[in-house]
Design a protein around this ligand. Sequence first.
Ligand code: FDA
Length: 304
Amino acid sequence: MFRTTILRTASLPPVKAAVKNTPLFRPVVTRFIAGDTVEEAIQVAERLADEGFFVTLDQLGENVADVEAATRELESYVRLVDQISQSSRRSQINISIKLTALGLDQGDDVAEANFRRLLAAAQASDTFVRADMEASEYTERTVQMIERVFPDLDNTGTVLQSYLYSCGSHVDRLVRLGSRVRLVKGAYLEPESVAYQSKADVDANYLECAKKLLLRGRYPAIATHDEAVINELLAFAADNGVHPGRFEWQMLYGIRRDLQAKLRDMGHNVRIYVPFGSAWYPYFTRRLAERPANLLFILRSFVK
Ligand code: FDA
C-alpha cells in the first residue's frame, strides 16, 4: 500500500519537478547515489574495493526516447568500461545496465546490437556486464536477449525477481544456459496477474529460488538486505556444503552498511551496487518506496 502510493505519487510531473529542483532533497539523494560523474563513481568504487568489497557500477538511465539516445548511452557505457579498465581495482569492479537505456523500447534488434557492442568492448578488459531487470513487460524479452547473446559473449547475465510467478521457471532456464543470475525481490509496481502481492509470498519464493541457485547456479548473486532471509540462506549453504566462494551477496550503496561489513568479515564475497549520474529520479523513488523510514528521514530534513 505504502509502496503503491509512493510510486504513483512520484510519477506525477509536479512532484517530479519539485523533488528534482529542491536542494533540500540533495542530502537524501546522495545517501543512495555516489555522485553525478564517472570520476566520482570510480572514486567511491575504489574506496569500497580497498575495504574488501566488490562493486557494480550503474550509470543511471532508462527508457531512452529514440535510437540516437540509445547510441549515446552505449558510447558513454563504453567510456565507462574504458575508465574501469584503467583502475588498479578493475578486477573488483563490473557494471550493471538497463536494456531500455540501450534501446529496448525502440526494438529488440536495436537493444541487441548495442548490447553486443558493449559486451565485446567489456570482454576486451575482462569486465562483466549485468542487465538489470526492469518492469514485467520486459522480463521475457530480457531473458530471451541473454539466451541469444550468451553463447557468443558470456561476460553477461541478468536479474530475476521473486515477486514474479515466473521467477522459478526463469531460474531453471538460466541455470540450464549457464549464465549468472542476480536474485532480487523486485522493485516495480506489478499487478496480481503477474506478481505475488504479500511480503510472505515474495520471501517464500525468494528462498526457494535462492536455494536452487546456490545448489545449481553459476556464481549466483543473492541480492537482499533482508537479515532473516540472509540467515536462512547462510545456514542452507553451510548445511549443503556450498562454499562461500561459489556465490556472492549483493546490496545497494548506502543500505545496511553494517550487514555488508558483517558478511565481508565472515569471509563472504559482498558486492555493492553503486549508482551514479544525473538521471537519478526513478532509482531514487524506488528506494524511497521500499521503506517508510526513508520518507521520515526526508521529512525530518525538512523540519530541521
Ligand atoms: P525487503 O524490502 O524485504 O527489505 C528488508 C530490509 O532491508 C528492510 O527491513 C530494511 O532494513 C532494508 N531495506 C530494504 N530496502 C531499503 C531501502 N530502500 N532503504 C533502507 N533500508 C532498506 N530490483 C529490480 O526490480 N531489478 C533489479 O535489477 C534490481 N537490482 C538490484 C540490485 C541489488 C544489488 C539489490 C540489493 C537490489 C536490486 N533490486 C532490483 C531491488 C530489489 O528488488 C528490492 O527492491 C530491494 O533490494 C529491497 O528488497 P530487500 O530484498 O532488501 O528486502
